[in-house]
Design a protein around this ligand. Structure first.
Ligand SMILES: Nc1ncnc2c1ncn2[C@@H]1O[C@H](COP(=O)(O)OP(=O)(O)OP(=O)(O)O)[C@@H](O)[C@H]1O
Length: 572
């Protein structure tokens, strides 16, 4: 099967092997062993039921009442075992699946969040669409398909071996007269089943091959469509102000158009596959009876034998046709593996790029020393060239310059986020740093969680939080500390910026970097907050980015950037 090529199998194996060699390997392997045993038991019960058919129908044909009732008793026993095995087989398989998924999800989340991978992925060219979907959806599908398909394959194989033996015994010998010669075929029903299944598999492959690509695309289009809807929800107010509904609707319709068109192609393919698979399945019901009938009419076998042959043929044919019946699932599984492999290789590619913090080192001085620092854009354009700067602890610096001149990018570089920088930045050992972006991030959760974000390694009493809220003029919100809301939609931009100042007063960092952190506030509030920072965090070094002239008076030095690489440092 070209779909299951060597490269795909290698990629799948490298996805699979991690869990089975992890710290959870022994419980997982134990559980798998139980599931495999149940699968084998299941096939064994099927073999017993197949033999039972012979006994029961022969008893019926011979009007042997006693034997019929005894066979019915045997059937009850077999059915009870069958039910127990079927229930636990599925239950334990699902248990293994969710444990495997949990392990993979934790691992992928960790990889995505370590070394700011989530940020660096979107900075680089190595574009991975919807990483969130890789983690939430594809890992689920991967564990589900991998277990279902591999256990299905095992079951098909064991069924095949068991029933080929039975079918071979039951087939007897077929003698085909060829003129004056005779062709003697042993186990002819086995050969018929093999030919029937090989033709079926080949045809299913021909018809179903494009499904792998189509399923891959479908997942991506669905995710893009969903993501655009989420963006509307998140930016509802801006869109409503702009009156952008018509533009949004056009874009939704265009995205959904891709979902629709791709699904339409999937439908067509599935229709062809269903035409074929159901026709193939129907023929399989009658085909063995017809082929085995000559021996029945020749009175070589009884009715029970005929039915047993038909059932055995069914089992052999069904397991040989495993690829036909699971073609759609295999195609989807391949799409999932391709997406996960793409995601992993993007992460690997990004991890080989220089880290944003590769220019940063820790030094003994209580100062931040920038030596010969140059910053580029991802396309190689230089926006800052050869910056030399020393900020002593306790000093204050304002970074100014026209919009787009690279002020925020300088802050990103100082915080170790921006990978396109050369030179050296020495930061003081043991000092704490806090960076406030222009748009304060408000996580989902209670107001208390939001105010303490990203968390402290000491307990913070409510009194301390409320005191910080009061000086930032947010005491009106103190009754909402335990309320869970989407705060970024409720609070005004100015309130959100004041929340960032509450964080400053609670975290009390040694170094505070603020990127236009007061841009949404009136000048009086800005003055009050800067005054409070100078008064209450007297030892804190302040580095601000901003346009307003009012900021000049809170800083001792001013660094001006022009966005073409030049810079100028002024002591005020
Ligand atoms: N992830 C990115 N990929 C490509 N270019 C980027 C990226 N981030 C920023 N830039 C570009 O870098 C330049 C500097 O951006 P930056 O945000 O540092 O400017 P700024 O001086 O802070 O502007 P403003 O005052 O408007 O906030 C801009 O031209 C911007 O388009």
């Amino acid at each position: 099967m070209a779909v299951l090529d060597r490269k795909f199998l290698q990629a799948t194996w490298s996805l699979i092997r991690e869990y089975w060699h992890s710290e959870e390997k022994w419980p997982a392997r134990g559980l798998l062993a139980v599931i495999v045993t149940l699968n084998l038991t299941y096939v064994y019960i099927l073999v017993l039921i197949n033999k039972w058919f012979n006994r029961f129908y022969n008893a019926l044909q011979n009007f042997d009442k006693e034997e019929v009732f005894s066979a019915l008793g045997e059937f009850c026993l077999l059915a009870a075992c069958y039910i127990i095995v079927a229930v636990y087989q599925l239950y334990l398989q699902q248990m293994l699946e969710i444990k495997w998924r949990r392990w993979m999800t934790h691992k992928y989340l960790n990889n995505w969040l370590t070394d700011r991978m989530f940020y660096r992925l979107q900075l680089t060219d190595s574009y991975t669409d919807n990483p969130d979907q890789r983690i939430s959806e594809d890992l689920r599908l991967f564990t589900n398909y991998t277990l279902a398909l591999s256990l299905g394959l095992l079951k098909a194989f064991v069924t095949l071996v068991s029933f080929i033996a039975i079918l071979w015994q039951l087939s007897g010998i077929l003698v085909i007269p060829l003129g004056s010669q005779q062709l003697v075929v042993s186990g002819y029903m086995v050969w018929v089943a093999i030919i029937y299944s090989v033709i079926g598999t080949w045809l299913a492959h021909k018809i179903g091959k494009p499904l792998a690509r189509l399923n891959f695309d479908q997942q991506r289009y669905e995710a893009d469509f969903r993501f655009s809807l989420v963006r509307l929800r998140e930016n509802s107010e801006s869109i409503a102000f702009y009156g952008g509904e018509a533009r949004e609707e056009r874009s939704f319709i265009a995205r959904f158009g891709k979902v629709f068109n791709n699904y339409w192609q999937i439908m067509q393919r599935r229709k062809q596959l269903t035409w074929f698979a159901s026709g193939y399945g129907q023929i399989a019901i009658i085909f063995p009876l017809v082929v085995a009938m000559p021996r029945y009419f020749a009175k070589e076998i009884q009715l029970g034998g005929l039915l047993q042959i038909a059932k055995a043929f069914d089992s052999v044919q069904e397991s040989l046709s495993y690829f036909v019946s699971s073609y759609a699932s295999i195609a989807e599984w391949k799409a999932v593996v391709d997406r996960l492999t793409g995601f992993i290789s993007s992460m690997q590619q990004v991890s080989t790029l220089p880290q944003g913090n590769s220019v940063i080192e820790v030094g003994p001085e209580a100062a931040l020393v920038v030596s010969d620092l140059s910053i580029d854009l991802p396309d190689g354009q230089r926006i800052l060239s050869g910056l030399n700067l020393t900020i002593q602890a306790g000093e204050s610096l304002l970074v100014a310059g026209p919009s787009g001149s690279g002020k925020s990018t300088l802050l990103r570089t100082l915080s170790g986020l921006w990978p396109y920088a050369q030179g050296r930045i020495t930061i003081p050992a043991g000092h704490t740093f806090l960076f406030l972006p222009q748009r304060s991030y408000l996580p989902l959760g209670t107001l208390r969680d939001t105010l303490l974000y990203p968390g402290l390694n000491r307990p913070v009493a409510d009194e301390e939080i409320i005191a910080a809220m009061s000086i930032c003029k947010l005491e009106g919100l103190k009754s909402y500390l335990d309320k869970t809301e989407d705060w970024s939609h409720i609070l005004s931009l100015g309130e959100q910026q004041r929340i960032a100042f509450v964080r400053v007063f609670i975290h009390q960092p040694d170094w505070l970097f603020m990127d236009e952190a007061t841009s949404a506030l009136d000048e009086a509030t800005e003055r009050q907050l800067y005054g409070l920072v100078q008064e209450r965090l007297a030892g804190t070094t302040l580095v601000s980015v901003g346009h307003r002239n009012t900021l000049n008076s809170y800083h001792k030095k001013k660094l001006s950037l022009d966005g073409r690489g030049h810079w100028n440092l002024l002591v005020m």
